[in-house]
Design a protein around this ligand. Structure first.
Ligand code: NAD
Length: 337
């Protein structure tokens, strides 16, 4: 053991966006593995309270900084061996309303973080890419070789970020991979702000005793992937030496919105189906299983049960109703319709 309690072989790791939903679970996982963790986060959507348990380890340092600011982040990369880049703005409608803000947060930041990692000689770089790059896919389950069809600026910026990562891998021989995440859910998922992911919407409605607002007929399915499985995938990616590749990270299944409502229990109502949204998301995870030896462990009903045990985290989240959803998605229909 070293004096800070880290075991021999522990790495110095840096997680951007570590105060966010997935980032904070990844930080907990890395600390449990014995590593020393530095978090860079500007708290634009994340919260320090997400790291309250992680702080108890004594091996976590968290800094509030905008990661698109290369000069300010560079000193934090000194001695860092593994970099996990999760910082991003991740909502659909705001990305349609303010594409420049999304470009700065998701593309400029990725270039700055990559360059800081390269200049400081980091050994390994893992990027949180998004399955939204597939848009409306032709094939299910969808393999990494499927056509790239971003349907809105968020998807486009995450895809461009992925291209930067793979380009740094090729040009500068940086050891890097991108993980294309599918519909991640679990405790601490973003609750504030704009109308977004179905879990947060339904859980706040459940707490308020309101009906779940099902989009369309609810038969659309999503590859809901539990957040600790995603943290495992990041850990497996860091430990491997595969480079210059992208990998789907999914649950191995796909579940309808009606099924989610049934598992949560309670009445439902319907809001109009939206343009640009797929009827199905379903990752082909053969590549990550074979190359990184990762597979998901948490079955969907168990994941939903775990989320319900933490439902109080959604107290205070906005409670959406058909009228407010209509208002919040006007720009969506206007531009994508
Ligand atoms: P989140 O909003 O909870 O986390 C993002 C974090 O990044 C927040 O803590 C935020 O404060 C921080 N951040 C944003 N801009 C920043 C900047 N310029 N400088 C420093 N910090 C900044 O979202 P999440 O769901 O945990 O997403 C994490 C990553 O995973 C994102 O890159 C997202 O695109 C990707 N992803 C998420 C999902 C999903 O289903 N949640 C799916 C695919 C990809």
């Amino acid at each position: 053991m070293m004096s800070d309690g880290a075991p021999r072989g522990a790495k110095n790791v840096l997680v951007t966006g570590g105060a966010g939903f997935i980032g904070s679970h990844l930080v907990e996982r890395l600390l449990a593995d014995g590593h020393r963790v530095t978090v860079l986060d500007d708290l634009s959507t994340g919260h320090m309270r997400n790291l309250s348990e992680a702080k108890e380890s004594g091996r976590l340092a968290a800094h509030i900084v905008d990661v698109s600011d290369y000069a300010r982040i560079l000193p934090h990369f000194k001695g860092v061996q593994w970099v996990f880049h999760l910082a991003a703005l991740a909502d659909i409608v705001p990305s349609i309303v303010d594409p420049l803000k999304y470009h700065r947060a998701n593309v400029d930041s990725t270039a700055a973080v990559l360059e800081a990692a390269r200049q400081s000689g980091a050994e390994r770089f893992i990027y949180a890419a998004s399955s939204s790059c597939y848009g409306l896919p032709d094939a299910f389950p969808t393999p990494e070789t499927a056509a790239i069809r971003p349907m809105y600026p968020y998807a486009l910026t995450k895809w461009i970020g992925e291209q930067y990562v793979l380009h740094w891998a090729k040009t500068y021989k940086m050891s890097a991979v991108a993980l294309r995440l599918f519909n991640v859910y679990g405790p601490r998922a973003r609750t504030s702000g704009t109308y977004g992911a179905v879990f947060g919407v339904f859980l706040a409605q459940k707490l308020a005793g309101k009906p779940y607002t099902i989009v369309g007929d609810g038969t659309q399915t999503r590859d809901f992937t539990y957040v600790t499985d995603v943290a495992d995938a990041f850990a497996a990616a860091a430990a491997s030496d595969v480079t210059g590749e992208c990998f789907n990270v999914g649950s191995g299944g796909t579940y309808s919105v009606n099924e989610l409502a049934r598992l949560l229990g309670g009445p439902t109502t319907s809001v109009p189906k939206r343009p640009g949204e797929p009827d199905q998301t379903f990752a082909d995870i053969a590549k990550i299983k074979a190359r990184l030896g990762w597979s998901p462990k948490v079955a969907f009903p168990d994941g939903v049960k775990r989320v319900l045990e933490h439902i109080e985290l959604w107290r205070g989240a906005p409670v959406w109703e058909p009228e407010t959803i209509h208002e919040a998605t006007k720009e969506w229909f206007r531009h994508l319709g």
